[in-house]
Design a protein around this ligand. Structure first.
Ligand code: JB8
Length: 271
């Protein structure tokens, strides 16, 4: 997978040479290139922003600099005209006012050949930039990574890239560890808690059942814990489950936790 990132702080992405991401690059699985947006400016001050039309605080990133940069990285020879070449990258802009980036998006994008990320700064980028490339036939995505505001898109891109690249075949040593994780698949639950040895540490014992060697009992214990923790921390995920996908023991557990499970989706009963 080829990954281009455009930013006014391209050095930020030197972290991508570390850990599993660095190994994936060394293996040739990934090719990450960070570009400096200011390389596409022509003025002496290398300016990339201007005041907002309509007034207001802060600055907005100018469309002309971005279009010169993106035309080149997308392989568009003309400023306008020819449609997106086949095999064109998916163009992704972090934006705190966009839909949430989810595990589903990470899974989808892990199959792409080429991603191009644009990192905004200041109050963001001119809204015509994504509009224009969409109109040119480019697959343009805008995503928020959560309900908080960052100073720019760089951190959001590193979050998205970490979520996307670890799903690529050959990226992780043990692909099984992906299947068992939170937020994978339809019946998404938070994970059960994890323990390692020793069995008693500072007077605190791991749950007995995990030492029993009874895999059926261990699986049931973990499933019940996942249901209970999810009901407590993320009741929205329980309410999104398909009741038909719940086994008898799941239903019994949820009912004991105060959920009604006879409709399409579980519903929290009034206390
Ligand atoms: C300027 O909070 B964020 C985010 C914030 C930003 C920009 C992009 C993303 C650009 N501020 O996800």
């Amino acid at each position: 997978m080829k990954i281009d990132i455009v930013s006014v702080f391209p050095e930020y992405f030197e972290v991508m040479n570390l850990s599993l991401m660095g190994k994936a690059q060394a293996k040739g699985l990934l090719e990450i290139k960070a570009h400096n947006l200011r390389d596409w400016t022509h003025d002496v001050h290398h300016s990339v922003d201007d005041t907002p039309v309509g007034g207001g605080a802060g600055m907005v990133m100018k469309p002309e600099v971005w279009s010169e940069c993106l035309d080149e990285l997308l392989g568009f020879s003309q400023p306008s005209g020819s449609p997106a070449p086949s095999g064109a990258p998916v163009l992704i802009f972090p934006n705190p006012s966009a839909p949430l980036f989810t595990q589903r998006d990470a899974t989808e994008l892990s199959h792409a050949d080429h991603l191009l990320f644009g990192c905004g700064r200041y109050e963001g980028y001119d809204a015509r930039i994504p509009d224009y490339y969409r109109a040119q036939g480019v697959d343009v995505r805008e995503y928020s990574i959560g309900d908080y505001v960052l100073n720019g898109g760089e951190v959001a891109v590193s979050v998205m890239l970490e979520a996307i690249t670890r799903l690529m075949p050959g990226f992780m040593g043990n692909p099984d560890s992906i299947v068992e994780e939170s937020y994978t698949g339809e019946g998404a639950l938070l994970e059960h808690r994890q323990y390692t040895k020793p069995a008693v540490w500072r007077g605190i014992a791991v749950p007995d059942v995990l030492l029993s060697g009874d895999h059926g009992k261990v699986d049931r214990f973990r499933r019940d814990e996942a249901l209970a923790r999810t009901a407590e921390i993320r009741p929205d995920l329980i309410a999104a489950l398909d009741c038909k996908a719940l086994d008898k023991a799941d239903r019994k557990t949820l009912m004991a936790l105060g959920w009604e499970v006879s409709a399409t989706h579980p519903r929290r009963l009034a206390d």
